[in-house]
Design a protein around this ligand. Sequence first.
Ligand code: DGY
Length: 355
Amino acid sequence: MFGGHMVGARRLGGAQARGRACSGGRSYTRPKPARMRLPMARCFVTRVLPGPALDRLRDRHEVDVWPDRLPPPYQELAARAAGVEGLLTTLTDRVDAALLEHCPDLRVISNYAVGYDNIDLHAAAGRGIVVGNTPDVLTEATADLTFALLLATARKLPEAIESVREGDWLTWEPGRYLGQAVAGATLGIVGLGRIGTAVAQRALGFEMTVLYTGGGQGSEAVRRVSFDTLLEESDFVTLHCPLTAATYHLFDADALRRMRSSAILINTARGPIIDQEALRDALLAGEIAGAALDVTEPEPLPPDDPLLSTPNLIVVPHIGSATRVAREDMADLAVENLLAGLDGRPLPHQVGVAV
Ligand code: DGY
């Protein structure tokens, strides 16, 4: 059949090939076969996204994009979501059961993030709403930031930069700014998923010993250990697990106390995995040596939050995936998820729960 079709197509030439036919000496234009056009849906996108992806969504559907730098307040999000079939959210948008109750037409939620703890998956599944996320495309960017934070904390970069700015760089000093060696140290990874694995690859390049605990599949190069062993043996601990009921405040006062007093804790996953009050106490008491947070509870952290005046602590504003390529790829994937869901096709990346 396929070969026959090709032969037939090749036989057409000139006017015929261009859709015109001859009949009794007169030519007419053959009507183009009607293209199956799926109906337009209404979509609400909660933030302007980098790159051209939103144009592809506008080509197919009616799209309302929230234009502000700050996300839509919850009530505004609820009001807009109530009238659409497709919703493209970011991690700052809380999509809970109460909101979904008033969204009779909603069919797909596409979250512009790999994490989806901002969405009530049970409530969505109960209403037949599919949910998508954006894994893979941000893995390397997030692993890079994790390592940047690890190195910056280990080598006291904030302190060194500050001292140069303040005119305190008087001379080369043998005993000043002394940090920790990274090569040869032990890294403990909590959650060896995509990002945890990418961090492990970097750590092996630095000739670190790599331990892990929690989800994920290791290799010969990394050793699976219990949570307690990881706390006790690691010079650096980095978090790459999702935020769930089981990981909420996983790093509480007790866990922090069990870490080495020379240890450094890095979090590029989700803020509430660490009990921040306990972290502040542990840093002040010298129970651990330092910490670096890309994520906090809440976000943003108010400028007068006591955590920000805690010594040996770096906080950056949730920038793990913030490279141009990662954020544009996330937009592409989020739009693909939304388009697929609205067409009734499987999402390229769907998350969900059994109902
Ligand atoms: C995510 O995608 O979940 C990150 O936290 C944002 O980059």
